[in-house]
Design a protein around this ligand. Structure first.
Ligand code: B12
Length: 250
Protein backbone atom coordinates (compact mmCIF):
# COMPACT_ATOMS: atom_id res chain seq x y z
CA UNK A 1 0.00 0.00 0.00
CA UNK A 2 1.36 3.44 -0.88
CA UNK A 3 1.98 5.67 2.09
CA UNK A 4 3.11 9.27 2.18
CA UNK A 5 4.43 10.17 5.55
CA UNK A 6 6.30 13.18 4.21
CA UNK A 7 3.01 14.96 3.59
CA UNK A 8 1.95 14.38 7.17
CA UNK A 9 -0.73 11.90 6.26
CA UNK A 10 -0.64 8.14 5.97
CA UNK A 11 -3.31 5.56 5.67
CA UNK A 12 -2.28 2.92 8.17
CA UNK A 13 -0.93 -0.52 7.38
CA UNK A 14 -3.07 -3.48 6.42
CA UNK A 15 -3.46 -4.60 9.99
CA UNK A 16 -4.74 -1.12 10.66
CA UNK A 17 -2.68 0.06 13.58
CA UNK A 18 -1.59 3.48 12.48
CA UNK A 19 -3.98 6.42 12.37
CA UNK A 20 -4.13 9.09 9.67
CA UNK A 21 -2.69 12.40 10.77
CA UNK A 22 -3.73 15.92 9.83
CA UNK A 23 -3.96 17.78 7.57
CA UNK A 24 -7.21 16.51 6.18
CA UNK A 25 -8.76 18.03 3.13
CA UNK A 26 -12.43 17.63 4.03
CA UNK A 27 -12.51 17.02 7.79
CA UNK A 28 -11.87 19.79 10.30
CA UNK A 29 -11.56 18.89 13.96
CA UNK A 30 -13.15 22.20 14.86
CA UNK A 31 -16.23 21.59 12.70
CA UNK A 32 -19.33 19.97 14.15
CA UNK A 33 -18.52 16.32 14.93
CA UNK A 34 -14.98 16.81 13.56
CA UNK A 35 -13.37 14.55 16.14
CA UNK A 36 -15.92 11.83 15.51
CA UNK A 37 -15.32 12.16 11.75
CA UNK A 38 -11.59 11.78 12.27
CA UNK A 39 -12.03 8.71 14.50
CA UNK A 40 -14.50 7.21 12.03
CA UNK A 41 -12.08 7.76 9.14
CA UNK A 42 -9.25 6.18 11.10
CA UNK A 43 -11.38 3.15 11.97
CA UNK A 44 -12.28 2.72 8.29
CA UNK A 45 -8.68 3.10 7.18
CA UNK A 46 -7.75 0.49 9.80
CA UNK A 47 -10.33 -1.78 8.12
CA UNK A 48 -12.27 -1.94 11.35
CA UNK A 49 -15.87 -1.39 10.34
CA UNK A 50 -17.15 -2.73 13.66
CA UNK A 51 -15.37 0.07 15.45
CA UNK A 52 -16.58 2.61 12.89
CA UNK A 53 -20.17 1.40 13.32
CA UNK A 54 -19.79 1.40 17.10
CA UNK A 55 -18.64 5.03 17.07
CA UNK A 56 -21.69 6.06 15.05
CA UNK A 57 -24.20 4.08 17.13
CA UNK A 58 -22.68 5.38 20.36
CA UNK A 59 -23.01 8.93 19.12
CA UNK A 60 -26.64 8.36 18.11
CA UNK A 61 -27.43 6.94 21.52
CA UNK A 62 -25.98 10.12 23.06
CA UNK A 63 -28.47 12.15 21.00
CA UNK A 64 -26.65 13.05 17.79
CA UNK A 65 -29.13 13.23 14.92
CA UNK A 66 -28.85 11.00 11.87
CA UNK A 67 -28.85 14.18 9.74
CA UNK A 68 -25.77 15.52 11.53
CA UNK A 69 -24.01 12.17 11.27
CA UNK A 70 -24.69 12.04 7.56
CA UNK A 71 -23.58 15.59 6.80
CA UNK A 72 -20.73 16.03 9.26
CA UNK A 73 -19.29 12.52 9.50
CA UNK A 74 -20.19 10.13 6.67
CA UNK A 75 -20.18 12.65 3.80
CA UNK A 76 -16.84 14.36 4.57
CA UNK A 77 -15.25 10.98 5.30
CA UNK A 78 -16.37 9.73 1.88
CA UNK A 79 -14.87 12.82 0.26
CA UNK A 80 -11.66 12.26 2.23
CA UNK A 81 -11.56 8.62 1.14
CA UNK A 82 -11.98 9.74 -2.49
CA UNK A 83 -9.07 12.12 -2.16
CA UNK A 84 -6.87 9.48 -0.51
CA UNK A 85 -7.69 7.13 -3.38
CA UNK A 86 -7.16 9.78 -6.06
CA UNK A 87 -3.73 10.65 -4.64
CA UNK A 88 -2.66 7.01 -4.40
CA UNK A 89 -2.58 6.79 -0.62
CA UNK A 90 -5.16 4.02 -0.48
CA UNK A 91 -5.99 1.31 -2.97
CA UNK A 92 -9.23 0.97 -4.91
CA UNK A 93 -10.05 -2.11 -2.81
CA UNK A 94 -9.61 -0.11 0.38
CA UNK A 95 -11.93 2.63 -0.97
CA UNK A 96 -14.56 0.00 -1.87
CA UNK A 97 -14.30 -1.47 1.64
CA UNK A 98 -14.86 1.94 3.24
CA UNK A 99 -17.79 2.81 0.97
CA UNK A 100 -19.52 -0.53 1.42
CA UNK A 101 -18.99 -0.40 5.18
CA UNK A 102 -20.48 3.09 5.29
CA UNK A 103 -23.52 1.87 3.37
CA UNK A 104 -23.90 -0.94 5.90
CA UNK A 105 -23.68 1.56 8.76
CA UNK A 106 -26.29 3.78 7.09
CA UNK A 107 -28.61 0.77 7.06
CA UNK A 108 -28.06 0.32 10.80
CA UNK A 109 -29.49 3.82 11.28
CA UNK A 110 -32.77 3.02 9.48
CA UNK A 111 -34.82 2.17 12.58
CA UNK A 112 -34.26 5.79 13.68
CA UNK A 113 -35.21 7.24 10.35
CA UNK A 114 -38.87 6.55 9.74
CA UNK A 115 -40.78 9.32 11.48
CA UNK A 116 -44.49 9.13 12.29
CA UNK A 117 -45.39 12.54 10.89
CA UNK A 118 -45.97 12.60 7.14
CA UNK A 119 -45.53 15.62 4.89
CA UNK A 120 -47.94 14.54 2.14
CA UNK A 121 -45.25 14.83 -0.52
CA UNK A 122 -43.47 12.27 -2.66
CA UNK A 123 -39.96 12.05 -4.03
CA UNK A 124 -38.54 9.53 -6.47
CA UNK A 125 -34.75 9.27 -6.68
CA UNK A 126 -32.63 7.73 -9.42
CA UNK A 127 -29.10 7.93 -10.78
CA UNK A 128 -28.81 8.39 -14.53
CA UNK A 129 -27.91 5.51 -16.80
CA UNK A 130 -24.30 4.41 -16.30
CA UNK A 131 -23.92 6.26 -13.01
CA UNK A 132 -22.71 4.02 -10.19
CA UNK A 133 -22.29 6.68 -7.48
CA UNK A 134 -25.45 6.15 -5.48
CA UNK A 135 -24.47 6.73 -1.87
CA UNK A 136 -25.07 10.51 -2.02
CA UNK A 137 -28.48 10.07 -3.62
CA UNK A 138 -29.40 7.51 -1.02
CA UNK A 139 -28.38 9.94 1.70
CA UNK A 140 -30.53 12.59 0.05
CA UNK A 141 -33.51 10.20 -0.08
CA UNK A 142 -33.05 9.42 3.61
CA UNK A 143 -33.19 13.14 4.40
CA UNK A 144 -36.54 13.34 2.60
CA UNK A 145 -37.77 10.28 4.50
CA UNK A 146 -36.75 11.86 7.82
CA UNK A 147 -38.63 15.00 6.78
CA UNK A 148 -41.82 12.95 6.42
CA UNK A 149 -41.85 12.62 2.62
CA UNK A 150 -42.83 9.33 0.98
CA UNK A 151 -39.74 8.16 -0.85
CA UNK A 152 -39.07 5.81 -3.72
CA UNK A 153 -35.39 5.08 -4.20
CA UNK A 154 -34.27 3.44 -7.44
CA UNK A 155 -30.50 3.69 -6.94
CA UNK A 156 -27.72 3.44 -9.51
CA UNK A 157 -27.76 3.15 -13.30
CA UNK A 158 -31.43 3.70 -14.19
CA UNK A 159 -32.47 3.71 -17.86
CA UNK A 160 -34.60 6.78 -18.70
CA UNK A 161 -37.62 4.71 -19.78
CA UNK A 162 -37.57 2.92 -16.44
CA UNK A 163 -37.58 6.21 -14.53
CA UNK A 164 -40.43 7.62 -16.62
CA UNK A 165 -42.58 4.52 -16.23
CA UNK A 166 -41.97 4.46 -12.48
CA UNK A 167 -42.95 8.14 -12.31
CA UNK A 168 -46.15 7.25 -14.16
CA UNK A 169 -46.89 4.31 -11.83
CA UNK A 170 -46.06 6.21 -8.63
CA UNK A 171 -46.70 9.87 -9.29
CA UNK A 172 -44.05 11.85 -7.44
CA UNK A 173 -43.98 15.57 -6.66
CA UNK A 174 -40.21 15.59 -7.08
CA UNK A 175 -37.78 13.62 -9.19
CA UNK A 176 -34.24 13.72 -7.76
CA UNK A 177 -31.65 12.87 -10.41
CA UNK A 178 -28.16 11.85 -9.31
CA UNK A 179 -25.19 12.51 -11.59
CA UNK A 180 -21.60 12.34 -10.40
CA UNK A 181 -19.47 11.85 -13.50
CA UNK A 182 -19.28 14.69 -16.03
CA UNK A 183 -19.59 12.26 -18.89
CA UNK A 184 -23.05 11.35 -17.60
CA UNK A 185 -24.43 14.89 -17.88
CA UNK A 186 -25.85 14.08 -21.33
CA UNK A 187 -27.73 11.18 -19.76
CA UNK A 188 -29.19 13.58 -17.20
CA UNK A 189 -30.41 15.86 -19.97
CA UNK A 190 -31.88 12.89 -21.84
CA UNK A 191 -33.69 11.69 -18.73
CA UNK A 192 -35.09 15.11 -17.88
CA UNK A 193 -36.36 15.55 -21.46
CA UNK A 194 -38.04 12.14 -21.33
CA UNK A 195 -39.78 13.04 -18.06
CA UNK A 196 -40.91 16.43 -19.37
CA UNK A 197 -42.37 14.73 -22.43
CA UNK A 198 -44.54 12.43 -20.35
CA UNK A 199 -48.07 13.68 -19.86
CA UNK A 200 -48.42 12.01 -16.47
CA UNK A 201 -44.93 12.61 -15.09
CA UNK A 202 -44.01 15.91 -16.76
CA UNK A 203 -45.38 18.20 -14.07
CA UNK A 204 -43.03 16.99 -11.34
CA UNK A 205 -40.35 19.25 -9.95
CA UNK A 206 -37.01 17.94 -11.22
CA UNK A 207 -33.87 18.43 -9.17
CA UNK A 208 -30.45 17.31 -10.29
CA UNK A 209 -27.39 16.96 -8.08
CA UNK A 210 -24.18 15.14 -7.23
CA UNK A 211 -20.48 15.81 -7.83
CA UNK A 212 -20.82 16.84 -11.51
CA UNK A 213 -23.29 19.55 -10.51
CA UNK A 214 -21.30 20.63 -7.46
CA UNK A 215 -18.29 21.51 -9.56
CA UNK A 216 -20.06 22.81 -12.66
CA UNK A 217 -21.96 25.90 -11.45
CA UNK A 218 -25.34 26.40 -13.07
CA UNK A 219 -25.29 23.27 -15.20
CA UNK A 220 -28.72 22.30 -13.84
CA UNK A 221 -30.32 25.03 -15.97
CA UNK A 222 -28.73 23.68 -19.15
CA UNK A 223 -29.94 20.21 -18.26
CA UNK A 224 -33.52 21.48 -18.02
CA UNK A 225 -33.94 20.84 -14.28
CA UNK A 226 -35.78 23.12 -11.84
CA UNK A 227 -32.84 23.40 -9.48
CA UNK A 228 -29.91 21.85 -7.68
CA UNK A 229 -28.52 21.77 -4.16
CA UNK A 230 -25.08 21.18 -2.73
CA UNK A 231 -26.17 18.79 -0.02
CA UNK A 232 -29.17 16.90 1.27
CA UNK A 233 -30.20 19.55 3.80
CA UNK A 234 -30.34 22.29 1.19
CA UNK A 235 -32.17 19.98 -1.21
CA UNK A 236 -35.06 19.50 1.24
CA UNK A 237 -35.56 23.24 1.63
CA UNK A 238 -35.47 23.81 -2.13
CA UNK A 239 -37.79 20.89 -2.94
CA UNK A 240 -40.34 21.98 -0.35
CA UNK A 241 -40.33 25.55 -1.68
CA UNK A 242 -40.71 24.46 -5.31
CA UNK A 243 -43.48 21.95 -4.56
CA UNK A 244 -45.42 24.46 -2.44
CA UNK A 245 -45.02 27.02 -5.24
CA UNK A 246 -46.39 24.57 -7.79
CA UNK A 247 -49.31 23.58 -5.57
CA UNK A 248 -50.23 27.20 -4.85
CA UNK A 249 -49.90 28.50 -8.39
CA UNK A 250 -51.04 25.46 -10.36
C1 B12 B 1 -17.48 5.84 -3.44
C2 B12 B 1 -17.00 6.31 -4.78
C3 B12 B 1 -17.14 5.45 -5.86
C4 B12 B 1 -17.91 4.14 -5.78
C5 B12 B 1 -19.43 4.43 -5.68
C6 B12 B 1 -20.19 3.35 -4.91
C7 B12 B 1 -21.56 3.76 -4.47
N1 B12 B 1 -22.26 2.74 -4.01
O1 B12 B 1 -22.02 4.90 -4.50
C8 B12 B 1 -17.48 3.41 -7.09
C9 B12 B 1 -16.39 2.43 -6.77
C10 B12 B 1 -18.58 2.68 -7.88
C11 B12 B 1 -16.87 4.56 -7.91
C12 B12 B 1 -16.56 4.45 -9.25
C13 B12 B 1 -15.96 5.45 -9.98
N2 B12 B 1 -15.48 6.63 -9.52
CO1 B12 B 1 -15.86 7.31 -7.74
N3 B12 B 1 -15.93 8.05 -6.03
C14 B12 B 1 -16.42 7.61 -4.92
C15 B12 B 1 -16.15 8.65 -3.80
C16 B12 B 1 -14.90 8.21 -3.05
C17 B12 B 1 -17.23 8.89 -2.80
C18 B12 B 1 -18.62 9.19 -3.37
C19 B12 B 1 -19.51 9.41 -2.18
O2 B12 B 1 -19.97 8.45 -1.58
N4 B12 B 1 -19.67 10.67 -1.74
C20 B12 B 1 -20.39 11.01 -0.52
C21 B12 B 1 -21.78 11.56 -0.83
C22 B12 B 1 -22.58 11.71 0.44
O3 B12 B 1 -21.57 12.84 -1.42
P1 B12 B 1 -22.26 13.29 -2.77
O4 B12 B 1 -22.30 12.17 -3.73
O5 B12 B 1 -21.61 14.57 -3.19
O6 B12 B 1 -23.78 13.59 -2.35
C23 B12 B 1 -24.23 14.75 -1.65
C24 B12 B 1 -24.48 15.97 -2.56
O7 B12 B 1 -23.73 15.96 -3.77
C25 B12 B 1 -25.96 15.95 -2.79
N5 B12 B 1 -26.51 15.14 -3.88
C26 B12 B 1 -26.17 13.91 -4.33
N6 B12 B 1 -27.03 13.48 -5.25
C27 B12 B 1 -27.96 14.45 -5.41
C28 B12 B 1 -29.09 14.54 -6.23
C29 B12 B 1 -29.87 15.69 -6.15
C30 B12 B 1 -31.11 15.77 -7.01
C31 B12 B 1 -29.52 16.77 -5.30
C32 B12 B 1 -30.36 18.00 -5.28
C33 B12 B 1 -28.39 16.69 -4.48
C34 B12 B 1 -27.64 15.52 -4.54
O8 B12 B 1 -26.48 15.43 -1.57
C35 B12 B 1 -25.61 14.38 -1.11
C36 B12 B 1 -25.71 14.28 0.38
O9 B12 B 1 -25.49 15.53 1.04
C37 B12 B 1 -15.93 9.94 -4.67
C38 B12 B 1 -15.19 11.06 -3.96
C39 B12 B 1 -16.08 12.29 -3.80
N7 B12 B 1 -15.47 13.44 -3.62
O10 B12 B 1 -17.28 12.24 -3.80
C40 B12 B 1 -15.27 9.35 -5.91
C41 B12 B 1 -15.35 10.09 -7.23
C42 B12 B 1 -16.72 10.71 -7.45
N8 B12 B 1 -15.14 9.01 -8.21
C43 B12 B 1 -14.39 9.34 -9.20
C44 B12 B 1 -14.05 8.48 -10.29
C45 B12 B 1 -13.00 9.01 -11.25
C46 B12 B 1 -14.66 7.21 -10.45
C47 B12 B 1 -14.46 6.22 -11.61
C48 B12 B 1 -14.38 6.83 -13.01
C49 B12 B 1 -13.18 5.41 -11.26
C50 B12 B 1 -12.78 4.42 -12.31
N9 B12 B 1 -11.65 4.68 -12.93
O11 B12 B 1 -13.45 3.45 -12.56
C51 B12 B 1 -15.69 5.27 -11.46
C52 B12 B 1 -16.91 5.71 -12.28
C53 B12 B 1 -18.09 4.77 -12.08
C54 B12 B 1 -19.37 5.18 -12.75
N10 B12 B 1 -19.61 4.69 -13.96
O12 B12 B 1 -20.19 5.91 -12.22
C55 B12 B 1 -13.90 10.79 -9.09
C56 B12 B 1 -14.63 11.72 -10.06
C57 B12 B 1 -13.69 12.81 -10.55
C58 B12 B 1 -14.29 13.67 -11.63
N11 B12 B 1 -13.51 14.62 -12.02
O13 B12 B 1 -15.36 13.53 -12.11
C59 B12 B 1 -14.16 11.08 -7.56
C60 B12 B 1 -14.50 12.55 -7.21
C61 B12 B 1 -12.89 10.63 -6.79
C62 B12 B 1 -11.74 11.57 -6.99
N12 B12 B 1 -11.46 12.40 -6.04
O14 B12 B 1 -11.09 11.55 -7.99
N13 B12 B 1 -16.63 5.65 -7.12
Amino acid sequence: MPVNEGAGIHAGDDRGCRPVRQPFKFIGQDGPLGVLAENYLNAMLARDRNRAGGLVMESVSRGTSVRDLYLHVLQPVQYEIGWLWQTGRISVGHEHYCTNSTQLIMSMLYPRMFSGKRAGKRVLAACVQGELHELGLRMLTDFFEMDGWDTHYLGANMPPDGVVSTMEEWSADVLAVGVTMHYHLDEAQKLIRAVRNSERAGRAVVLVGGYACLVTGNIWQKLGADGTAGDAQQAIALASRLVEGKRNHG
